[in-house]
Design a protein. Structure first.
Length: 135
């Protein structure tokens, strides 16, 4: 049984390119040093189709990274959850609600772009539908 859970969030501003993957390595090292169990990452600029390759690249024995969808037309989309392996026994499934909302272990990772009112309204609507659908 775990009596504590440490949760963090970070806007990584892209990990889709080879040079920027170092940001992810640094973030994972920070997570290990600070005993982070679950970390929500926003603005990954990548999606679940690259999940396997990124997890292979980082070769982490400590963390697994689960990615959302990505809005192919919008830079700054894509979220991910970094989950410490000890919590993976609670894994059931991942729900990719949109490029901006990902749910796993009922921890939500949501990124609402500060300059897009329509997107924020749509995110709120999608969030309400997702919550009501799982009561």
């Amino acid at each position: 049984m775990f009596l504590e859970i440490h949760i963090a969030a970070h806007n990584i501003d892209g990990i889709a390119s080879v040079p920027s993957i170092q940001k992810l390595h640094n973030l994972l090292e920070f997570g290990k040093e600070n005993n982070i169990d679950i970390m929500a990452i926003s603005e990954t600029n990548t999606d679940y189709r690259q999940e396997y390759f990124i997890n292979q690249d980082i070769k982490s024995k400590v963390y697994l990274i689960i990615f959302s969808e990505r809005d192919q037309k919008t830079k700054g989309s894509g979220t991910a959850l970094v989950i410490y392996n000890k919590w993976m026994k609670h894994y059931y499934s991942v729900v990719r609600i949109s490029p901006y909302i990902l749910r796993e272990i009922w921890v939500w990772s949501i990124y609402a772009a500060p300059n897009n009112q329509n997107m924020r309204k749509n995110l709120i609507d999608e969030l309400i539908i997702a919550i009501e659908g799982h009561n």
